[in-house]
Write a protein that binds this ligand. Sequence first.
Ligand SMILES: [Zn+2]
Length: 356
Amino acid sequence: MKSKAMVVKAPGRMELETFELKKTPDDHVLVKTNVTSVCSTDIKVLKGNTPVGQYPVIMGHEIAGEVVELGKKAHHLYDFKPHDKITIEPYIACGKCEHSRSKHYYHYCNHGGIYGISLACDKPPHLYGGYSEYFYLKPGSLVHRQNKNMADSAASISSVVANGVRWIKTLGQVTFGESVVISGPGSQGLCSLAAALHSGANPVIVLGKNGDEKRLELAKEFGAHHVINVDQQNPVTTVLELIPEGADVVVETSGTSEGIQAAIQIVRRVGRIVNIGISGGVETPIKFDDLVWKSVSIINGLGQAGNVDDAMKLIDTGKFPFEKINNFTYRLEDLAKAIEDTEKRPKGFIKGAIVF
Ligand SMILES: [Zn+2]
Protein backbone atom coordinates (compact mmCIF):
# COMPACT_ATOMS: atom_id res chain seq x y z
CA MET A 1 0.00 0.00 0.00
CA LYS A 2 1.16 3.55 -0.75
CA SER A 3 0.25 7.02 0.45
CA LYS A 4 0.59 10.25 -1.47
CA ALA A 5 1.45 13.20 0.77
CA MET A 6 2.39 16.84 0.37
CA VAL A 7 5.72 17.38 2.09
CA VAL A 8 7.13 20.75 3.13
CA LYS A 9 10.80 19.85 2.56
CA ALA A 10 11.99 23.18 4.00
CA PRO A 11 10.24 26.50 4.63
CA GLY A 12 8.71 27.69 1.34
CA ARG A 13 9.26 24.41 -0.55
CA MET A 14 6.41 21.90 -0.83
CA GLU A 15 6.37 18.75 -3.00
CA LEU A 16 4.10 15.79 -3.59
CA GLU A 17 5.74 12.53 -2.45
CA THR A 18 4.69 8.91 -2.30
CA PHE A 19 5.41 6.86 0.82
CA GLU A 20 5.38 3.08 1.01
CA LEU A 21 3.23 1.88 3.92
CA LYS A 22 5.17 -0.74 5.84
CA LYS A 23 3.92 -2.74 8.81
CA THR A 24 2.01 -0.53 11.28
CA PRO A 25 4.22 0.00 14.37
CA ASP A 26 2.90 -1.93 17.40
CA ASP A 27 1.83 1.17 19.32
CA HIS A 28 0.49 3.10 16.29
CA VAL A 29 -2.81 3.16 14.41
CA LEU A 30 -3.10 3.53 10.63
CA VAL A 31 -5.87 5.91 9.56
CA LYS A 32 -7.20 6.74 6.09
CA THR A 33 -7.73 10.49 5.75
CA ASN A 34 -11.19 11.68 4.68
CA VAL A 35 -11.01 15.47 5.11
CA THR A 36 -8.27 17.80 6.35
CA SER A 37 -9.22 21.44 6.89
CA VAL A 38 -6.75 24.16 6.07
CA CYS A 39 -5.82 26.34 9.05
CA SER A 40 -4.16 29.75 8.92
CA THR A 41 -1.38 28.18 11.01
CA ASP A 42 -0.47 26.18 7.88
CA ILE A 43 0.58 29.47 6.22
CA LYS A 44 3.06 30.05 9.06
CA VAL A 45 4.37 26.49 8.97
CA LEU A 46 4.81 26.62 5.19
CA LYS A 47 6.73 29.90 5.42
CA GLY A 48 8.80 28.87 8.44
CA ASN A 49 7.18 31.51 10.66
CA THR A 50 6.58 29.33 13.70
CA PRO A 51 9.13 28.45 16.38
CA VAL A 52 7.74 24.91 16.80
CA GLY A 53 7.83 23.89 13.12
CA GLN A 54 10.09 20.91 12.29
CA TYR A 55 11.10 20.08 8.70
CA PRO A 56 10.56 18.16 6.54
CA VAL A 57 6.93 17.98 7.60
CA ILE A 58 3.58 16.81 6.30
CA MET A 59 1.26 19.59 7.45
CA GLY A 60 -2.42 19.30 8.33
CA HIS A 61 -3.79 19.07 11.88
CA GLU A 62 -7.58 19.40 11.47
CA ILE A 63 -8.34 15.87 10.39
CA ALA A 64 -11.24 13.45 10.04
CA GLY A 65 -10.48 9.90 8.97
CA GLU A 66 -11.29 6.23 9.16
CA VAL A 67 -9.34 3.63 11.15
CA VAL A 68 -7.65 1.07 8.90
CA GLU A 69 -5.48 -1.00 11.23
CA LEU A 70 -4.34 -0.99 14.85
CA GLY A 71 -0.80 -2.01 15.73
CA LYS A 72 -0.40 -5.12 17.90
CA LYS A 73 -0.27 -3.17 21.16
CA ALA A 74 -2.52 -0.29 20.10
CA HIS A 75 -5.58 -2.41 20.94
CA HIS A 76 -4.78 -1.66 24.57
CA LEU A 77 -4.57 2.10 23.93
CA TYR A 78 -7.85 2.76 22.11
CA ASP A 79 -11.33 1.30 22.21
CA PHE A 80 -12.04 1.61 18.50
CA LYS A 81 -11.73 -0.85 15.63
CA PRO A 82 -11.13 -0.77 11.87
CA HIS A 83 -13.72 1.24 9.89
CA ASP A 84 -14.57 3.46 12.88
CA LYS A 85 -14.51 7.13 11.92
CA ILE A 86 -12.48 9.45 14.12
CA THR A 87 -11.12 12.95 14.49
CA ILE A 88 -7.96 13.84 16.37
CA GLU A 89 -6.70 16.69 18.52
CA PRO A 90 -3.53 18.35 17.19
CA TYR A 91 -1.66 18.17 20.51
CA ILE A 92 -0.05 15.07 21.90
CA ALA A 93 0.74 15.61 25.59
CA CYS A 94 3.43 13.62 27.39
CA GLY A 95 1.09 12.57 30.20
CA LYS A 96 3.78 13.15 32.83
CA CYS A 97 4.43 16.88 33.28
CA GLU A 98 2.14 19.15 35.29
CA HIS A 99 0.63 20.86 32.23
CA SER A 100 -0.07 17.65 30.42
CA ARG A 101 -2.00 16.28 33.41
CA SER A 102 -4.24 19.38 33.62
CA LYS A 103 -7.72 19.27 32.11
CA HIS A 104 -7.56 22.50 30.13
CA TYR A 105 -3.88 23.42 29.67
CA TYR A 106 -2.16 20.33 28.30
CA HIS A 107 -1.31 22.27 25.14
CA TYR A 108 1.50 23.84 27.18
CA CYS A 109 3.29 20.48 27.43
CA ASN A 110 6.63 20.81 25.62
CA HIS A 111 7.42 17.11 25.46
CA GLY A 112 4.76 15.67 23.15
CA GLY A 113 4.21 17.08 19.69
CA ILE A 114 1.72 18.67 17.34
CA TYR A 115 0.45 16.83 14.29
CA GLY A 116 1.31 18.57 11.04
CA ILE A 117 3.64 21.07 12.72
CA SER A 118 6.31 19.69 15.06
CA LEU A 119 6.39 16.01 14.00
CA ALA A 120 8.91 15.76 11.17
CA CYS A 121 8.43 13.14 8.45
CA ASP A 122 12.05 12.19 7.78
CA LYS A 123 11.96 9.04 9.94
CA PRO A 124 9.62 6.01 9.72
CA PRO A 125 6.70 5.76 9.87
CA HIS A 126 6.79 9.29 8.39
CA LEU A 127 3.05 10.06 8.23
CA TYR A 128 2.07 12.42 11.06
CA GLY A 129 0.07 15.03 9.14
CA GLY A 130 -3.31 15.32 7.48
CA TYR A 131 -2.17 16.31 3.98
CA SER A 132 -1.58 12.66 3.23
CA GLU A 133 -3.88 9.88 2.07
CA TYR A 134 -3.02 7.92 5.23
CA PHE A 135 -1.57 8.97 8.56
CA TYR A 136 -0.51 7.31 11.84
CA LEU A 137 -1.70 7.95 15.37
CA LYS A 138 1.19 8.15 17.80
CA PRO A 139 0.81 6.92 21.39
CA GLY A 140 -0.72 9.62 23.57
CA SER A 141 -2.96 10.95 20.79
CA LEU A 142 -6.33 12.32 21.82
CA VAL A 143 -8.87 10.74 19.53
CA HIS A 144 -12.63 11.27 19.31
CA ARG A 145 -15.14 9.01 17.66
CA GLN A 146 -17.23 10.51 14.86
CA ASN A 147 -20.86 9.46 15.00
CA LYS A 148 -22.50 8.08 11.86
CA ASN A 149 -24.53 11.15 11.04
CA MET A 150 -21.70 13.65 11.46
CA ALA A 151 -20.36 15.07 8.18
CA ASP A 152 -16.61 14.50 7.62
CA SER A 153 -16.24 18.21 6.93
CA ALA A 154 -17.70 19.07 10.35
CA ALA A 155 -15.67 16.36 12.13
CA SER A 156 -12.45 17.70 10.61
CA ILE A 157 -12.93 21.04 12.39
CA SER A 158 -13.61 19.45 15.80
CA SER A 159 -10.74 21.48 17.29
CA VAL A 160 -12.05 24.72 15.82
CA VAL A 161 -15.52 24.05 17.22
CA ALA A 162 -13.76 23.25 20.50
CA ASN A 163 -12.06 26.67 20.41
CA GLY A 164 -15.52 28.24 20.31
CA VAL A 165 -16.60 26.05 23.23
CA ARG A 166 -13.49 27.08 25.17
CA TRP A 167 -13.95 30.79 24.63
CA ILE A 168 -17.66 30.78 25.43
CA LYS A 169 -17.82 28.14 28.17
CA THR A 170 -14.38 27.65 29.76
CA LEU A 171 -13.01 31.20 29.51
CA GLY A 172 -16.16 33.32 29.02
CA GLN A 173 -18.37 31.28 31.40
CA VAL A 174 -21.39 32.40 29.40
CA THR A 175 -24.71 31.44 30.97
CA PHE A 176 -28.34 31.37 29.87
CA GLY A 177 -29.75 34.76 28.94
CA GLU A 178 -26.46 36.66 28.79
CA SER A 179 -25.70 38.92 25.84
CA VAL A 180 -22.65 38.08 23.72
CA VAL A 181 -20.85 40.05 21.00
CA ILE A 182 -18.43 38.15 18.77
CA SER A 183 -15.95 40.28 16.86
CA GLY A 184 -14.73 38.48 13.72
CA PRO A 185 -16.96 36.09 11.72
CA GLY A 186 -14.29 33.63 10.53
CA SER A 187 -14.47 29.95 11.39
CA GLN A 188 -13.41 30.68 14.99
CA GLY A 189 -16.10 33.35 15.36
CA LEU A 190 -18.76 31.12 13.80
CA CYS A 191 -17.91 28.28 16.19
CA SER A 192 -18.02 30.71 19.13
CA LEU A 193 -21.43 31.80 17.86
CA ALA A 194 -22.74 28.22 17.89
CA ALA A 195 -21.39 27.66 21.41
CA ALA A 196 -22.94 30.93 22.62
CA LEU A 197 -26.36 30.13 21.12
CA HIS A 198 -26.23 26.61 22.54
CA SER A 199 -25.47 28.09 25.98
CA GLY A 200 -28.71 30.07 25.76
CA ALA A 201 -27.05 33.45 25.23
CA ASN A 202 -29.44 36.09 23.90
CA PRO A 203 -28.89 38.24 22.01
CA VAL A 204 -25.76 37.11 20.20
CA ILE A 205 -24.33 39.73 17.85
CA VAL A 206 -21.58 39.09 15.27
CA LEU A 207 -19.32 41.86 13.93
CA GLY A 208 -17.62 41.66 10.53
CA LYS A 209 -16.14 43.88 7.84
CA ASN A 210 -16.42 44.47 4.10
CA GLY A 211 -15.46 41.19 2.45
CA ASP A 212 -17.09 39.17 5.26
CA GLU A 213 -20.50 39.11 3.55
CA LYS A 214 -20.54 35.33 3.07
CA ARG A 215 -19.38 34.76 6.64
CA LEU A 216 -22.03 37.09 8.06
CA GLU A 217 -24.64 35.34 5.90
CA LEU A 218 -23.61 32.01 7.44
CA ALA A 219 -23.67 33.63 10.90
CA LYS A 220 -27.35 34.48 10.26
CA GLU A 221 -27.94 30.90 9.18
CA PHE A 222 -26.34 29.67 12.42
CA GLY A 223 -28.88 31.80 14.25
CA ALA A 224 -27.08 35.05 15.12
CA HIS A 225 -29.68 37.54 16.37
CA HIS A 226 -27.88 40.44 14.67
CA VAL A 227 -24.90 40.84 12.35
CA ILE A 228 -23.13 44.18 11.92
CA ASN A 229 -20.72 45.27 9.19
CA VAL A 230 -18.40 47.61 11.11
CA ASP A 231 -17.24 49.25 7.85
CA GLN A 232 -20.82 50.43 7.32
CA GLN A 233 -22.11 50.91 10.87
CA ASN A 234 -20.28 52.08 13.99
CA PRO A 235 -20.02 48.91 16.08
CA VAL A 236 -20.10 50.68 19.44
CA THR A 237 -23.19 52.82 18.87
CA THR A 238 -25.00 50.06 16.95
CA VAL A 239 -24.42 47.46 19.68
CA LEU A 240 -25.39 49.92 22.42
CA GLU A 241 -28.63 50.69 20.58
CA LEU A 242 -29.44 46.97 20.65
CA ILE A 243 -28.26 46.37 24.25
CA PRO A 244 -28.05 49.76 26.02
CA GLU A 245 -26.35 48.37 29.16
CA GLY A 246 -23.62 46.77 27.03
CA ALA A 247 -22.73 43.15 26.39
CA ASP A 248 -22.13 40.69 29.22
CA VAL A 249 -19.36 39.04 27.19
CA VAL A 250 -17.36 40.18 24.16
CA VAL A 251 -15.30 37.58 22.30
CA GLU A 252 -12.54 39.46 20.44
CA THR A 253 -11.06 37.25 17.71
CA SER A 254 -9.77 39.98 15.38
CA GLY A 255 -6.61 40.85 17.32
CA THR A 256 -6.73 44.42 16.01
CA SER A 257 -6.32 47.54 18.15
CA GLU A 258 -9.70 48.86 16.97
CA GLY A 259 -11.30 45.55 17.87
CA ILE A 260 -9.92 45.54 21.41
CA GLN A 261 -10.74 49.21 21.98
CA ALA A 262 -14.29 48.74 20.69
CA ALA A 263 -14.70 45.68 22.95
CA ILE A 264 -13.87 47.80 26.01
CA GLN A 265 -16.59 50.26 25.02
CA ILE A 266 -19.13 47.58 24.11
CA VAL A 267 -18.80 45.45 27.26
CA ARG A 268 -21.12 46.22 30.17
CA ARG A 269 -20.09 47.02 33.74
CA VAL A 270 -18.73 43.88 35.44
CA GLY A 271 -18.57 42.26 31.99
CA ARG A 272 -15.93 39.99 30.50
CA ILE A 273 -13.83 40.31 27.37
CA VAL A 274 -12.42 37.05 26.02
CA ASN A 275 -9.41 38.11 23.97
CA ILE A 276 -7.95 35.46 21.69
CA GLY A 277 -6.87 37.41 18.59
CA ILE A 278 -3.20 37.59 17.64
CA SER A 279 -1.97 40.94 16.32
CA GLY A 280 1.50 39.83 15.27
CA GLY A 281 3.11 42.11 17.86
CA VAL A 282 1.08 45.29 17.35
CA GLU A 283 0.74 47.29 20.57
CA THR A 284 -2.73 48.47 21.58
CA PRO A 285 -3.07 51.58 23.74
CA ILE A 286 -5.65 50.89 26.47
CA LYS A 287 -7.06 53.28 29.08
CA PHE A 288 -6.95 51.03 32.10
CA ASP A 289 -9.16 53.59 33.92
CA ASP A 290 -12.03 52.43 31.71
CA LEU A 291 -11.46 48.85 32.84
CA VAL A 292 -11.33 49.89 36.50
CA TRP A 293 -14.40 52.14 36.42
CA LYS A 294 -16.42 49.41 34.71
CA SER A 295 -14.87 46.49 36.66
CA VAL A 296 -14.13 44.75 33.37
CA SER A 297 -12.14 41.50 33.19
CA ILE A 298 -10.08 40.70 30.12
CA ILE A 299 -9.48 36.97 29.87
CA ASN A 300 -6.72 36.04 27.42
CA GLY A 301 -5.75 32.67 26.14
CA LEU A 302 -5.12 30.06 23.53
CA GLY A 303 -7.45 27.70 21.75
CA GLN A 304 -8.86 24.42 22.91
CA ALA A 305 -7.52 21.86 25.33
CA GLY A 306 -10.06 19.56 26.94
CA ASN A 307 -12.95 20.99 24.91
CA VAL A 308 -13.35 18.55 22.02
CA ASP A 309 -15.78 16.21 23.83
CA ASP A 310 -18.16 19.15 24.23
CA ALA A 311 -17.50 20.20 20.63
CA MET A 312 -18.47 16.75 19.32
CA LYS A 313 -21.70 16.93 21.32
CA LEU A 314 -22.35 20.40 19.93
CA ILE A 315 -21.87 19.19 16.34
CA ASP A 316 -24.03 16.12 17.10
CA THR A 317 -26.99 18.30 18.10
CA GLY A 318 -27.43 18.96 14.37
CA LYS A 319 -28.58 22.48 15.26
CA PHE A 320 -25.77 24.26 13.41
CA PRO A 321 -24.51 23.85 9.81
CA PHE A 322 -20.83 23.35 10.70
CA GLU A 323 -20.29 21.44 7.44
CA LYS A 324 -20.84 24.72 5.55
CA ILE A 325 -17.77 26.38 7.13
CA ASN A 326 -15.43 24.52 4.75
CA ASN A 327 -17.01 26.10 1.66
CA PHE A 328 -13.92 25.84 -0.60
CA THR A 329 -12.66 22.30 -1.24
CA TYR A 330 -9.52 21.11 -3.03
CA ARG A 331 -7.66 17.97 -4.06
CA LEU A 332 -4.43 17.10 -2.23
CA GLU A 333 -2.41 18.12 -5.30
CA ASP A 334 -3.89 21.64 -5.04
CA LEU A 335 -2.80 22.26 -1.44
CA ALA A 336 -0.62 25.24 -2.44
CA LYS A 337 -3.70 26.92 -3.95
CA ALA A 338 -5.76 26.09 -0.83
CA ILE A 339 -3.16 27.74 1.39
CA GLU A 340 -2.93 30.75 -0.93
CA ASP A 341 -6.72 31.16 -0.76
CA THR A 342 -6.58 30.89 3.05
CA GLU A 343 -4.15 33.80 3.05
CA LYS A 344 -5.74 35.96 0.33
CA ARG A 345 -9.41 35.05 0.93
CA PRO A 346 -11.03 35.18 -2.54
CA LYS A 347 -14.63 36.43 -2.71
CA GLY A 348 -16.99 34.27 -0.66
CA PHE A 349 -14.19 32.27 1.00
CA ILE A 350 -14.87 31.08 4.56
CA LYS A 351 -12.49 28.15 5.06
CA GLY A 352 -10.83 25.60 2.80
CA ALA A 353 -10.44 21.85 3.09
CA ILE A 354 -8.66 19.03 1.28
CA VAL A 355 -11.16 16.29 0.47
CA PHE A 356 -9.72 12.82 -0.23
ZN1 LIG B 1 4.82 17.25 29.15
